[in-house]
Design a protein around this ligand. Structure first.
Ligand SMILES: [Zn+2]
Length: 485
């Protein structure tokens, strides 16, 4: 820690270009929104991030699209839902044909660099494309947890790189910080800031399913929360030093600070992430600070799909995908999240202040009122809302997706094996709100891929609704008057 601070102190950055601010995207792995003071925590683990949020735009309702690292970061950098980029398991890699935001920034004249600290954001999965320099510290599956890359080292490397490469050009940095991820091991000086230091056995993490069967006792869970917050406080201090490098020389930058997903501390009976889609995992911080982000607290629902369009907008480019540039007013939309990790198959659809959580394996549905019940503690019994949200989901899936022999599925055949899709799409009459005149279009398949690629599209949506359903949807805000025909 001492060496790190000395390095920072001795190395002023070049002044940069005030007309073209740097763009710095920081992802703090596993950081749930409600552990920041600006998002409601009273513990005091994020004094710097809270002060930073007050200088810029804090998005109070930011969503992740996946509860684990690989698909979530793929969404951040491609601007696509997991259902579209399909990088949802260890055997997948980002398809070379999918545009990544760093390529656009590189083309716009930015020097680009990525510094990452887990294998799930590494070269192995295709994250290095479009970066002039990409440092994944040769991280492997084993040393990921046992010998993590610490924020201090990662930020020091990034600083050195900007010093060398940011003289004549603005820079785009993608920084992935792993220090808040389990096992929560605060650096020296932080272990007892919020409670006593934990033993190695107390910090040992097994797996979500194990803790679901054998729940962590409340006392130990509270200890773990303290360790997590101590790790967060250390990251907060390191970011204070890092952002201070820019402030010190007046170098202009737009900072976007978020997390790939959150962490469960017993809310659903277990500990960890990746297997469920509740607010403790999908609600992430999003703080945007810089000349393009006026001081404000934004109340619209935004998500990681919006990051690429926003970064593209910062350099005067556009971005194709479901997201929007969140500097502008954000319209009401359907927000999706998905997980098929560790033999799960879950889907989340959020719209109109409600969220539908669907377990495709069991067929269980849970509906929550996100405004009245932000922690999602009370399941609503509302068939109209459920149908409306499903209809919205199917409409959003009218974007190109993959359909093979009547079965909607990922290239590996895992994501959409639930027969529900087959029945609904092939025999839409079985699904009340899906338009009976939905049509499917077969494309010829992409060169070099073994799966024929088939697009499904609806030619109309609300126009086929019966009058009563349509009235209900209008009342709920899902259908605009005059939207169809
Ligand atoms: Zn993660």
């Amino acid at each position: 820690m001492v060496a790190f601070l000395v390095v920072l102190a001795c190395a002023p950055l070049p002044k940069g270009d005030a007309q073209r601010p740097d763009i710095i995207l920081v992802s703090i792995d596993s950081l749930r929104a409600d552990h920041l003071g600006s998002y409601g925590s009273t513990r005091g683990a994020t004094p710097f991030l809270d002060a930073l949020a007050a200088r810029g735009s804090r998005y109070a309702h930011a969503r992740s699209s996946a509860p684990w690292t690989l698909p979530s970061h793929t969404t951040m950098l491609t601007g696509l839902w997991p259902q579209q980029h399909t990088v949802v398991d260890d055997g997948r890699k980002i398809d070379g044909s999918l545009p990544m935001i760093q390529e656009s920034l590189q083309k716009a004249g930015y020097a680009t660099a990525g510094f990452v600290s887990t294998i799930y954001v590494s070269k192995r999965f295709g994250f290095d494309r479009g970066f002039d320099h990409f440092e994944d510290f040769d991280i492997g599956m084993r040393n990921n947890l046992e010998h993590p890359v610490h924020a201090a080292e990662l930020l020091s490397e990034a600083q050195s790189w900007v010093k060398k490469n940011g003289k004549d050009k603005p820079v785009f940095l993608f920084l992935h910080i792993y220090d808040v991820h389990y096992p929560y091991q605060p650096p020296p000086g932080y272990e007892t800031r919020f409670n006593r230091a934990a033993t190695a056995a107390e910090l040992d993490y097994r797996e979500y399913a194990y803790y679901k069967k054998k729940p962590v006792r409340p006392k130990r869970m509270e200890l773990l929360r303290g360790q997590y917050d101590e790790c967060l406080l250390a990251v907060d201090d390191q970011l204070r030093s890092f952002v201070g490098l820019w402030d010190k020389v007046g170098r202009s930058a737009n900072w976007l600070i978020t997390a790939d997903h959150g962490e469960e501390f017993g809310e659903r009976g277990s500990w960890g992430h990746a297997q469920t889609l509740y607010s403790e995992l999908l609600d992430v911080p999003l703080i945007a600070v810089g000349p393009d982000f006026p001081a404000s607290v934004r109340q619209e629902v935004v998500g990681h799909v919006d990051l690429a369009p926003t970064l593209a907008g910062l350099v005067g480019s556009s971005w194709s995908g479901p997201g929007v540039d969140i500097r502008k007013p954000v319209p009401e939309r359907v927000m999706l999240a998905d997980t098929s990790r560790f033999d799960t198959l879950r889907l989340s659809v959020e719209a109109g202040g409600h969220r539908l959580n669907v377990d495709r394996k069991s067929g269980d549905y849970e509906l929550f009122d996100r405004r009245a019940d932000p922690k999602e503690e009370k399941i609503l019994d509302d068939a109209v809302q459920q149908n409306a949200l499903e209809a919205m989901l199917l409409r959003s899936m009218g974007q190109p997706c993959q359909l093979k022999e009547g079965v909607l599925r990922s290239p590996k055949g895992q994501l959409w094996q639930g027969e529900i899709w087959v029945e609904e799409l092939v025999a839409p009459a079985s699904f009340g709100l899906f338009p009976p005149d939905a049509k499917f279009r077969v494309d010829e398949g992409q060169p070099g891929t073994s799966d024929p690629r088939v697009s499904c599209a609806t030619t109309s949506t609300a126009s086929s609704l019966d009058p009563e359903t349509r009235r209900q949807l209008e009342a709920l805000g899902y259908v605009q008057e005059g939207e169809e025909e």
